[in-house]
Design a protein around this ligand. Structure first.
Ligand SMILES: [Zn+2]
Length: 329
């Protein structure tokens, strides 16, 4: 899980503001971290933004070219003020459902909390695809929304813990980055990472307490920023150490993905894994949680898995198929 603060990443913003960005000329001994630090940035938060912004002027191993002019990234808070629309938050009316019709009762009695990674002021990992900026949070959100619909079509109850007031399921390849997601039921998402993670865990736990009598409750968190972005990475399923239920659900997902790849892409060689991880959200949430890294949006090959809507739908269907299998066992 990587948290980048690449807020310069809006396509329109990028075009508008490149002229207004401050520049600096690299001197002897300058490196990315040094330049950022000397200009008042928290270097680790702006390192990726700096690289993306100056990508054609950075040599291997992140060497700068002496005498070359480099853009400095816009500061996070300046961009937020320019771009965040206010008053868009809307609470889903009670009785709101994600499905128009119920086609089976296979998940009748199951409650699934869907957390799409990042959101609000944090777009997650970003990538520049042929000049178009895309971000992890929008794709994770779209997959979660497709899952919510499929869960409810099968008689289950889905909660989107991260919600966007105006984005429904989107079939475009390039999903527009925005910053108006909020946390269930109507909470502004804080910028600070720990506060942000605690907020979503609290949202799950409050709902969990109102559904105490429901046996099968699961939290699914979706990310597209697995740590390695150089090689093609398969799907990683993480559960909290010692959570037997979380582990079992993760293993069912893993089996489903193996079966699907064996059927649809037999020569591909699927190398997903189930391991445990001790992450803040996992420590805090009460129901068993499976944290899923579907790949890395910054990796060109992985990205193909997410850009096509039909692939996003397939991933959502497979995960819901996994929930159905897990629930029935
Ligand atoms: Zn992520």
């Amino acid at each position: 899980m990587v948290f980048y603060l690449n807020f310069w990443g809006l396509p329109n913003l990028f075009a508008q503001s490149q002229d207004s960005l401050k520049t600096i000329v690299a001197e002897k001994g300058d490196g990315i971290y040094k330049i950022l630090r000397e200009n008042g940035y928290i270097a680790k938060d702006y390192y990726h933004a700096f690289k993306e912004l100056n990508i054609d002027k950075i040599k291997d191993e992140d060497q700068l070219i002496l005498g070359e002019t480099y853009y400095l990234p816009a500061i996070f808070s300046e961009i937020l003020e320019e771009n965040i629309e206010d008053d868009t938050t809307s609470i889903k009316p009670s009785g709101f459902t994600y499905a128009d019709t119920i086609i089976s009762n296979k998940l009748d009695g199951a409650i699934i909390y869907l957390i799409s990674g990042h959101g609000g002021p944090d777009p997650g990992a970003v990538a520049n695809v042929n000049g178009i900026m895309i971000s992890e949070d929008e794709y994770a959100y779209d997959i979660c929304l497709r899952m919510a619909k499929a869960i409810e079509e099968n008689g289950g109850k889905a909660y989107m813990i991260i919600e966007d007031p105006d984005d429904g399921i989107r079939d475009e390849e390039y999903l527009q980055i925005d910053y108006d997601e909020y946390c269930y039921p109507d909470l502004e998402i804080p910028r600070e990472q720990n506060a942000r993670l605690k907020q979503r865990a609290d949202a799950v736990n409050d709902l969990y307490k109102t559904h105490k009598s429901t046996d099968y409750q699961r939290v699914i968190e979706i990310h597209l920023d697995s740590r390695s972005n150089s090689a093609t990475v398969d799907v990683f399923f993480y559960h909290y150490p010692g959570s037997t239920k979380g582990k079992k659900t993760a293993e069912v997902f893993q089996n489903i993905f193996s079966e699907k790849y064996a059927k649809h892409q037999p020569n591909r060689g699927y190398k997903g894994s189930v391991t445990n991880r001790n992450l803040l959200v996992m420590r805090k949430v009460l129901p068993p949680l499976v944290f899923i890294e579907l790949g890395n949006i910054q990796n060109e090959k992985d990205r193909k898995r997410f850009l096509k809507w039909s692939n996003r739908q397939a991933i959502a269907n497979w995960l819901v198929e996994g929930l159905i299998r897990d629930f029935s066992e």
